[in-house]
Design a protein around this ligand. Structure first.
Ligand code: ATP
Length: 347
């Protein structure tokens, strides 16, 4: 059982704010992903939970107990980093066993625990190899097994897939998902990759410049982004955003007229919609020359320019047209998201 509470946590270096007033409860056995661009404060947050960085302000509680002053080794958390940090002179077996040795746990149980962890990450056949004789994905699995073997209360994973190539990243991601299901240990996972966040998380926290932008399930965040930052960070491609004018329920921008929107809002707004929610149409709210056409295999992505910004619509896979040809798409009000044009906040 491990519930983690961050109460008004901040981290400052001089006048620079790395993390600002972060409040969060991570439920027992929850898989929580901290997501955001480089420098947003996600690693710092994780390092404060691990005890590798001191919080300037606020309390960190694990199962109701304040741990701010506890050493990392006394917090019962296991970390997996993007650099595997394996011991080059030890073989896989010894690398996995290492945390058990330093913790002076019951030696009689070591062999069974090491073998069980190795089996979970499918490394049983590699126990005698040294790290130099392994692929990147296998090394990352040794690092995972080394965290698993400790049977910690909390897993902290910092971009564990970022050194792997695209294909290996997908298969290792599936393995982490499966492991988390089997182990049911509270996990905090840091990434800048929104697909990793969406596929792995029970709940996602989106951060930018040290400030939490939104917390919610992957579906919440995808369906109802709290602001334009989240809208433009989540989804592949990200949500289309257009600056325009809304009056009496009608939005207008270059090449776009959408009626039937809420009449209660007026003035300059940012309107968003997802490429996969729109459809090509003979008569549509969007009417613009084609800027580019990308074949994705299962679909064709058609991109136009609205006031200089790229706007994409996912068309059927057999859709073909010339660059510069007129293109029309249906953007009904039901798929539209409205944001304040100044603050970016959802309206
Ligand atoms: P990345 O994905 O690049 O690792 P991140 O979101 O994990 O980014 P952090 O490592 O948490 O970002 O850093 C947050 C901010 O704090 C960054 O702007 C970083 O430059 C700054 N920072 C981190 N460590 C220190 C330090 N020791 N002294 C001063 N500033 C720091």
């Amino acid at each position: 059982m491990a519930e983690i509470k961050l109460q008004n946590i901040s981290k400052r270096w001089g006048s620079f704010v790395g993390v600002a007033n972060f409040d969060l409860t991570i439920k027992d056995r929850e898989f929580l992903v901290l997501l955001g661009p480089s420098g947003c404060g996600k690693t710092t947050t994780m390092r404060m939970i691990a005890g590798l960085e001191e919080a300037t302000e606020g309390d960190i509680l694990i199962d109701g107990k304040r741990v701010n002053d506890l050493d990392p080794k006394d917090r019962d958390v296991a970390m997996v980093f993007q650099s595997y940090a394996l011991y080059p002179n030890m073989n896989v077996y010894e690398n996995i066993r290492f945390p058990l040795k330093v913790r002076k746990s019951d030696v009689a149980t070591h062999d069974a625990r090491v073998r069980r962890a190795a089996e979970m990450v499918e490394l049983t056949d590699f126990l005698h190899r040294r790290p130099a004789e392994l692929s990147g994905g296998q090394r990352q699995r040794v690092a995972l097994a080394r965290a698993i073997v400790r049977e910690p209360n909390v897993f902290l994973m910092d971009e564990p897939l970022s050194n792997l190539d695209a294909k290996l990243r997908v298969s290792t991601r599936a393995q982490i998902k499966n492991l988390s299901h089997e182990l049911k240990v509270t996990t905090i996972y840091v990434t800048h990759d929104q697909i990793e966040a969406m596929t792995l998380a029970d709940r996602v926290v989106v951060m930018n410049k040290g400030i939490v932008q939104q917390m919610g399930t992957p579906t919440d965040i995808y369906d109802n982004p709290a602001n334009t930052f989240v809208a433009s960070f989540i989804g592949s491609p990200a949500m289309n955003l257009m600056m325009g004018h809304l009056e009496n329920g009608t939005f207008t921008a270059q090449h776009v007229t959408i009626t039937g929107l809420p009449a209660s809002v007026g003035g300059p707004v940012t309107l968003g919609f997802r490429a996969e929610d729109a459809e090509i149409a003979d008569q549509g709210q969007l009417n613009a020359p084609i800027y580019s056409l990308e074949l994705l295999g299962d679909a064709t992505m058609v991109t136009v320019k609205v006031d200089g910004n790229l706007v994409s619509v996912k068309a059927p896979k057999d859709f073909r047209a010339d660059i510069g040809a007129p293109f029309m798409a249906a953007i009904p009000p039901s798929i539209c998201h409205l944001f304040d044009s100044t603050t970016g906040t959802r309206i």
